[in-house]
Ligand binder design. Structure first.
Ligand SMILES: *Cc1c(COP(=O)(O)O)cnc(C)c1O
Length: 500
């Protein structure tokens, strides 16, 4: 299977070359030239398998230039007991007979980014060997919190790679900050940027776009690459858990073979939900994909009206990992929904870059709306959902998952659809102690509490343990103290590479 660009640039690449490149030379994203199909027999064959075996079965459909042995080695290392605290890796829990939670936060950094970022570095190292790459790969990351830490954990001490993570100085939660500034590993650098996430992201994009800097780095044996969710190597591992969740529902008898289910996904960059769309294209019985947004509701407006307009205020919300106005992976959906009309996709992306907006109409919009449904949750809705779910089911959810729960209820009220729903849970509630504690015990209980005091209070209230990977941060030394201006980011990268 080969990969092409959503914007039509010529050339078809192997999966190894697509993973190494990250983004296509014409600025588009790599998509498979044909989506593999699976049938009921395939699905039934997954039921007795564990998560790792299911992952091999799905990944080998897409990574045709990797051997089964190579894929298995990557999967075993990524999803083994040393990395995932839960033996099921991505367990499904029932709230009631038709509402389920898919827990994607049992990895080393307690957010769903681990599902992809534990395996991406391993696939990348194999891809470098396959393509005869001699340069050392430098991964540059701009993060609003979760991606940075997950990428650091995934790439730390990985041979022939370096990683530099930039985060907005005042823009991440206390736990997220501690996770990053205490990061260990010989090939890592973590730098705070005096600016917001947009400044940080623009700074990284500028470095990628600077040809002269690229040549300077190349002369010294370095090549830049990205661990953001535009990389196909991050997307394809996410398809696995949609299949795995369905297989688990079959296994427990919660659904009958072939019975359609809905997935509700808290969405920012449109990567997670897009993996669900690929699963549906492949033949998984998915009825609707419900896109849950926070008050940065650019995707809700798009899925309801066909108008994508990023020209609006940026809101800081209780679900910061979804505070984003440019959802890069939407480009892949547009490609598939237009039947692969790369010229049209390139035109829309040109309008977005130049004017901040584009409009999809007609058959493409109908096709999108047949599968996708969307609504959004305010911070107050989010807080109420955390409280309601805990009150009703004694089950604790984080603010991102709470956004999805709220939108799931809204969907059911609006459509009357009674199909089983799987709510995709993307972070441990202990990553967002203050907002979760405030939701359960009132704002006064959380106000001014240091992060670990809030975590302990939350644990005491709920009887749940603080995840070990977060608890240990309290006693870890801070190793990264650098702060820079947005304009200094490129110099920081060059200096970090010179130091080691
Ligand atoms: C990244 C993230 C999201 C958004 O996922 P996308 O793939 O960007 O849509 C949602 N919740 C959490 C906790 C995240 O870290």
């Amino acid at each position: 299977m080969l990969y092409l660009s959503t914007r039509g640039g010529d050339g078809r690449l192997t999966s190894a070359a697509a993973i190494k490149a990250g983004i296509a030379p014409d600025g588009g994203l790599f998509v498979p030239e044909a989506v593999p199909r699976t049938d009921a027999t395939f699905l039934a064959s997954l039921v007795p398998l564990d998560y790792r075996q299911r992952a091999v079965a799905i990944l080998e459909l897409f990574l045709a230039d990797f051997s089964r042995e190579e894929i298995t080695a990557c999967v075993e290392a990524a999803y083994g007991a040393a990395k995932f605290a839960h033996p099921a890796v991505a367990p499904v829990t029932g709230l009631d007979a038709h509402t389920f939670i898919l827990e994607l936060w049992h990895g080393p950094t307690n957010a769903f980014k681990d599902m992809a970022l534990q395996i991406l570095p391993r696939l990348l190292v194999k891809a470098m060997a396959k393509t005869g790459e001699e340069a050392e790969i430098v991964i540059l990351v701009a993060t609003s919190g979760d991606t940075g830490k997950a990428a650091l954990e995934g790439f730390r001490d990985v041979d022939r790679t370096r990683i530099v993570v930039f985060f907005p100085h005042e823009g991440v939660s206390a736990m997220q900050r501690l996770q990053m500034v205490t990061q260990e590993g010989g090939n890592v650098a973590v730098v705070a940027v005096r600016g917001n996430f947009d400044d940080t992201q623009s700074g990284v994009k500028k470095i990628f776009g600077d040809r002269a800097a690229g040549e300077k780095l190349a002369a010294r044996g370095f090549k830049l690459s990205s661990a953001n969710s535009i990389n196909w190597g991050r997307l394809v591992p996410q398809i696995v858990y949609y299949y795995s969740a369905y297989a688990d529902l079959l296994k427990t008898g919660a659904v009958a073979a072939g019975q359609p289910v809905n997935f509700v996904v808290p969405t920012g960059n449109f990567g997670n939900i897009l993996a669900g769309y690929y699963a549906k294209l492949m033949g998984l019985p998915v009825k609707r994909l419900i896109c849950a947004a926070n008050s940065n509701n650019v995707l809700t407006e798009f899925l309801q009206t066909g108008v994508y307009d990023r020209r609006r205020g940026f809101h800081k919300t209780l679900s910061p990992s979804m505070d984003i106005l440019i959802s890069s992976n939407l480009e892949r959906l547009l490609y598939h929904a237009t039947g692969g009309d790369a010229g049209q996709v390139a035109a829309w992306m040109g309008e977005l870059a130049a004017g901040g907006a584009y409009t999809v109409a007609g058959r493409a919009l109908d096709a999108i709306r047949e599968t996708f449904w969307s609504d959004w949750a305010s911070d107050m809705d989010t807080t109420e959902a955390i409280k309601a779910v805990y009150g009703k089911y004694r089950y604790l959810i984080d603010p991102h998952t709470a956004v999805a729960y709220h939108v799931c209820q809204a969907y059911r009220r609006a459509t009357g659809d009674a199909a089983p729903a799987v709510i995709v849970s993307t972070a441990s509630p202990f990553k967002f102690n203050d907002s979760v504690l405030a939701a359960l015990a009132g704002p006064a209980a959380a106000a001014g509490k240091p992060a670990f005091a809030a975590a302990r209070e939350l644990a005491r209230l709920t009887g749940l343990p603080v995840p070990l990977s977060l608890a240990v941060l309290e006693h870890k030394a801070v190793r990264h103290t650098a702060v820079c201006e947005p304009a200094e980011m490129q110099a920081v990268v060059i200096k970090a590479l010179a130091e080691k």
